[in-house]
Design a protein around this ligand. Structure first.
Ligand code: DQA
Length: 159
């Protein structure tokens, strides 16, 4: 008899936009002192505890992020689009065509900041949004992805 097939791992892509590679030294009073490399490590460990396979990427270039979204076959996407959040309809369009679960994340609370940061183009395509919780927001987003991907359709109707 064949051994029981193990449950397939769910896949999540975490995308980070312009200037997030500078975390740790960039405006630490706003974004904290945690580097993006540390956030990646924390996310990788957390994804593992949920049985998620994770890809983590950062780019300063809008087109690279759009290519990553277009080429993704992941079931979920966590995106901190950084400043592109407030200016990119192109990014919004690529997210609208992504068929998986989308969570928008920001380290800072964009609704408590400058007026030009209080509008997000990409929220229209997101299933949920976490902001203002620093690096913890990424981990909470992974919790939400795991919950979303693992929940049965019956549960989904009630939660
Ligand atoms: C950010 C908020 C954006 O307004 C800003 O341009 C960023 C980071 C955040 O994580 O708080 O680069 O997305």
């Amino acid at each position: 008899m064949n051994p029981p097939a193990s449950r397939p791992l769910h896949r999540v892509l975490i995308l980070n936009g312009p200037n997030l590679n500078q975390l740790g030294k960039r405006e630490p009073e706003i974004y904290g002192s945690t580097t993006l490399a540390t956030i990646e490590t924390l996310c990788r460990k957390h994804a593992q505890t949920h049985g998620l396979t994770m890809t983590f990427q950062q780019s300063n270039h809008e087109g690279v992020l759009i290519d990553a979204i277009q080429n993704s076959s992941d079931e979920a996407l966590i995106i901190n689009a950084a400043a592109l959040t407030h200016q990119s309809i192109a990014l919004l369009d690529s997210l609208r065509a992504f068929t998986g679960f989308i969570l928008e994340v920001h380290l800072s609370n964009i609704y408590k900041r400058e007026p030009y940061r209080r509008h997000s183009y990409i929220s229209e395509a997101a299933d949920g949004l976490i902001c203002g919780l620093g690096a913890q927001g990424y981990l909470l987003a992974l919790d939400a992805v795991a919950h979303h991907l693992n929940e049965s359709p019956k549960e989904k109707a009630h939660v």
